[in-house]
Design a protein. Structure first.
Length: 574
């Protein structure tokens, strides 16, 4: 096994380095052992992450008990729920890159030999996994766990119910007191949002990828098993170091196929598409929308999970969690059982060793009698989105929609129109200039989509955006439209009243405007001023690429952007 930490602590020239470690309580015996970084995204910004510093101590105990020296550090995490519905949401996707970058820098600077990564809120999961893939040292991801559902009048609640209740209150359907009761009940303790939203989706995917221990995704944050899982992850990471199994040994094309299968089988968040593309990019695996569609069409949707279905992650946990889903998929030859995992064993070996309850249940259906015959993470293409767009069809009853465009240059004006009752049945809300560059940061639109659902319009209108949707979003909502408006994608040329059609059956999304008219509109269009000209968001906007490629940051994107601006005479060549 490769022990990079020896570069830091061995030899007479490293006496100052050892002195600094000894100032933190390490002995010569501690310094002689491999160093395992224990990273967490704990903070007081969100209930998803507030408990992670405590879990990190359990991971450190596991590392120590297996003969290595743990070194704890933390990084940022944005609360998607609290950033939602205002300018703060522009920082969410950007934080994924900052998390990956900061973990990379900490590990490279201090030459840690292996890595345990603990994360809770949405972007902290893929950000942590991206860093592991980039560093390619023995690493294990572990989820902080889901929140318990709130219970009100016998109904299980999540934070999405609160967002939808706002829409119901604005429409006069519930009282202020009823809204307050939902607000006070929905989020009872620590943990990530309870449905199959983005955090639970990515946690489920981590098991399918093999980058996390089997059974680690579903136990709640405040369940006693969560601490045991994190402790065992610390132990397993040291063992992984001895086996010299690295992320790029695990994250193969076949493991990504398993992840896409999981995404569709559980009716997961469309953000899963974006994050899997980004993670594949880190290991130089060419993953495309075509792969997502190929796998979706042969994957049944079998887990009846919120927001499109009826159950929360805690309910899935009680009947066997993600291993139960994986066993049903494996037994029907829908996932690759021979891919290696962080246990040193294959997916199939892990599942065969895992004790899965056999009691009857209604949450995970049989593959032969699924909720839907094909998966729910659908890719659309057409004159509205030549590079592609995405929609989650879990809980969506209609397959076609044609309507007149209501055009908004940003989320705020769209939300105001919804709140003021200005959106009517048959409208197609087009929210643009919210893409990776244009926003920047691809804001999620949960506040707006939940308000529509709360008003009873969830099945009567459609929404199209170059931004994103929360994993909690439900309805005929299409996101990730590419090319985005800011770089002159067709979405930039839509006018009020244009007819737009969406057809899930043939994967199409079309703007019914003639080619000649579109060309004329493109000539009249000019790129708007960027919303940020300095700071982290401005740097991100210049480095980020298309949503169809994961919205990752790369120096080559800066060159492409510069060439584009010069070509369109938006900046001078010299």
């Amino acid at each position: 096994m490769e022990i990079s930490s020896r570069n830091v602590v061995e030899g007479t020239s490293r006496a100052p380095h050892r002195a600094m470690y000894k100032a933190m309580g390490l002995s010569d015996d501690d310094l002689a052992k491999p160093f395992v970084g224990v990273c967490h995204t704990g903070n007081e910004a969100t209930p998803c992450n507030i408990h992670l510093p405590g879990l990190a101590q359990k991971a450190k105990d596991g590392v120590k008990d297996s003969g290595a020296t743990p070194r704890e550090f933390s990084t940022i995490a944005v609360s998607d729920g609290i950033a939602m519905g205002h300018e703060g949401m522009k920082s969410s996707l950007v934080s994924r890159e900052v998390i990956a970058d900061s973990i990379e820098l900490m590990v490279r600077a201090h030459q840690y030999d292996a890595l345990v990564g603990i994360a809770g809120c949405d972007k902290s999961l893929p950000g942590t996994m991206m860093a592991m893939a980039r560093l390619n040292i023995p690493s294990i991801f572990v989820y902080g766990g889901t929140i318990m559902p709130g219970i009100l009048d016998g109904k299980e609640l999540t934070v999405v119910d609160v967002y939808e209740a706002v829409g119901s209150y604005n429409a006069g359907q519930i009282s202020l007191e009823e809204l307050k009761n939902i607000e006070d009940t929905a989020c009872p303790n620590a943990g990530s949002c309870g449905g199959m939203f983005t955090a639970n989706t990515m946690a489920s995917i981590s098991e399918a990828l093999g980058i996390a221990l089997p059974g680690s995704a579903s136990p709640p944050a405040e369940d006693d098993r969560r601490e045991k899982i994190v402790y065992e992850t610390g132990k397993a990471c040291t063992e992984l170091l001895e086996l010299n199994i690295k992320p790029r040994d695990i994250l193969t094309f076949e493991s990504f196929e398993n992840a896409i299968t999981m995404l569709n089988a559980v009716g997961g968040s469309t953000n899963g598409i974006l994050h899997l593309l980004a993670l594949a990019n880190e290991v130089k695996i060419k993953l495309t929308y075509d792969d997502f569609e190929r796998i979706r069409k042969k994957t049944p949707h079998i887990a009846d999970m919120k927001p499109g279905g009826g159950y929360v992650m805690n309910s899935l946990d009680k009947i066997g969690g993600i291993p139960l889903v994986m066993k049903k998929l494996l037994d029907n030859n829908l996932i690759h059982g021979n891919t290696i995992t962080v246990t040193g064993k294959t997916i199939e070996e892990n599942i065969n060793q895992y004790k899965i309850p056999t009691a009857e249940q209604q949450i995970v259906k049989e593959v032969k009698s699924p909720l839907h015959g094909v998966g729910t993470a659908v890719i659309l293409k057409g004159t509205m989105a030549p590079e592609g767009a995405v929609i989650k069809t879990a809980g969506v009853e209609m397959t076609k929609f044609t309507g007149k465009a209501r055009v908004f240059d940003g989320e705020e004006s769209a939300f105001d129109s919804v709140a003021n009752g200005e959106i009517n049945e048959g409208d197609v809300l087009v929210i643009r200039y919210e893409g990776p560059k244009g926003g920047p940061g691809m804001r999620e639109m949960l506040a707006t989509t939940a308000a529509l659902v709360g008003q009873g319009l969830g099945k009567k209108v459609a929404m199209i955006t170059d931004g994103r949707f929360s994993g909690g979003t439900r309805g005929f909502m299409i996101g990730h439209v590419a090319p985005e408006a800011f770089v002159g994608g067709p979405i930039a040329f839509v006018k009020e009243g244009d007819e737009i059609s969406i057809n899930i059956e043939d994967n199409s999304i079309d703007l019914h405007v003639s080619k000649e008219e579109l060309e004329q509109r493109s000539k009249e269009w000019s790129m708007p001023e960027p919303n940020y000209k300095s700071g982290a968001l401005a740097k991100y906007a210049f480095l980020v690429g298309s949503a169809a490629e994961g919205a990752t940051t790369d120096p080559s994107n800066f060159l492409k952007m510069t060439e584009y601006l010069q070509k369109n005479e938006l900046i001078k060549k010299d």
